[in-house]
Design a protein around this ligand. Sequence first.
Ligand code: GDP
Length: 214
Amino acid sequence: MSELNTSDLAAGERLFERPWHFLKSVPALEFLPPADRVEVAVAGRSNVGKSSLFNALVRQNGLARTSNTPGRTQELNYFAAENVPLYLVDMPGYGFAKAPKEKVSAWTELVADYLKGRATLARVFLLIDSRHGLKPIDAQIMEMLDIAAVSYQAVLTKADKIKPHTLTDIIEATAQALKVHPAAFPNVVATSSEKGAGIPELRAAIATILAERG
Ligand code: GDP
């Protein structure tokens, strides 16, 4: 995120000073809202800290529900703010232990269709637990992103849970692993929803995408 400057950071703060609200849940592509705004989506395996990161971004605890909440979880959840030409999309988590086959194929179909068919989708933030790094479970979505040629960026979560030098190593290892993925962004962002680390940078990245694509 080295390309970010203070005006990007300020734009990020302005974007998330306003109230964001839940717009709708999308269980299949026919329910998508009109493609009239730029979209930024957040993806990751269940329990990676996606809801916490979402809530930290928008400064509203409870806006995004955790993956453990029944319902809503196998759907694309859309969030919007007044007078902002941007949708934030919380993608369904993956990698549930003991997930039934039908659930896995429903996830695969929805996500593949969405990634391939949504021209306004500007970037996916792929969340990775700092303690674990990229896992085989993340390979499927990375492949889908590469095939759909949707730009994506790795975001490490729960950075407060590991020592700074270990975090540096995992950032480096993640960046290295992403090099062979054509659609992946080279910069890896480390965040902590708990402590707020990396959240201003993420807001700034989203504001920059909006400025460039909006
Ligand atoms: P989701 O399933 O990906 O939506 O994950 P959640 O946001 O529900 O988080 C899963 C668990 O990780 C919860 O117990 C959170 O409190 C915890 N968690 C999430 N983010 C952080 C973080 O930045 N730091 C720490 N220490 N714990 C976190």
